[in-house]
Design a protein around this ligand. Structure first.
Ligand code: CA2
Length: 149
């Protein structure tokens, strides 16, 4: 069985650590990737870590994950609140999906309170900062189970 997980990041998250640290913290996306890789390695999981500002690229990675992956962690960023297309793509993926938000979207503007992706996600983490990513991987590792000896 595959021990590969996809970690997908939506628009503007390439600016993490460079703007609005009061909302999104000081860690860069490269720091997040390193933290994800460390926790995944501990569980014998491989990762593909991607970010895009283009909706279709996120959809293409979800399609790729259908063939290869045992789970997805996704922070769809603003597409969370707008994208039926990402929801439709995730609905074709047959393994666990964890949705992550760095900020507590429920403490913010009303338009951030609704998530299309939550209609598919098996779990949602919001407001734990970038720590949400390794925690989401811990959950996937639990759902996927240990590597066979
Ligand atoms: O809290 C989150 O993780 C969000 O998914 C981030 C999105 C926002 O639209 C969602 O409502 C909640 C925005 C990502 C923008 O990322 C930036 C990072 C640093 C500086 C500027 C933007």
């Amino acid at each position: 069985m595959s021990r590969l997980i996809y970690i997908l990041n939506g628009p503007n998250l390439n600016l993490l650590g460079k703007r609005q640290p009061e909302i999104y913290g000081r860690e860069t996306l490269a720091d997040v990737e390193a933290a994800c890789r460390a926790v995944a390695t501990r569980h014998g999981l491989d990762i593909r870590f991607h970010q895009s500002n283009r909706e279709y690229e996120l959809i293409d990675w979800i399609h790729e994950a259908r063939e290869t992956a045992a789970g997805i962690v996704i922070n769809p960023a603003a597409f969370t609140h707008t994208s039926v297309a990402i929801l439709d793509a995730l609905n074709t993926f047959d393994a666990p999906v964890i949705e992550v938000h760095i900020s507590n979207v429920h403490k913010r503007e009303a338009f951030r309170h609704h998530s299309y992706v939550s209609l598919r996600a098996d779990g949602v983490i919001a407001g734990l900062g970038t720590q949400g990513y390794p925690l989401a991987i811990e959950r996937l590792a639990h759902l996927i189970g240990p590597a066979k000896a």
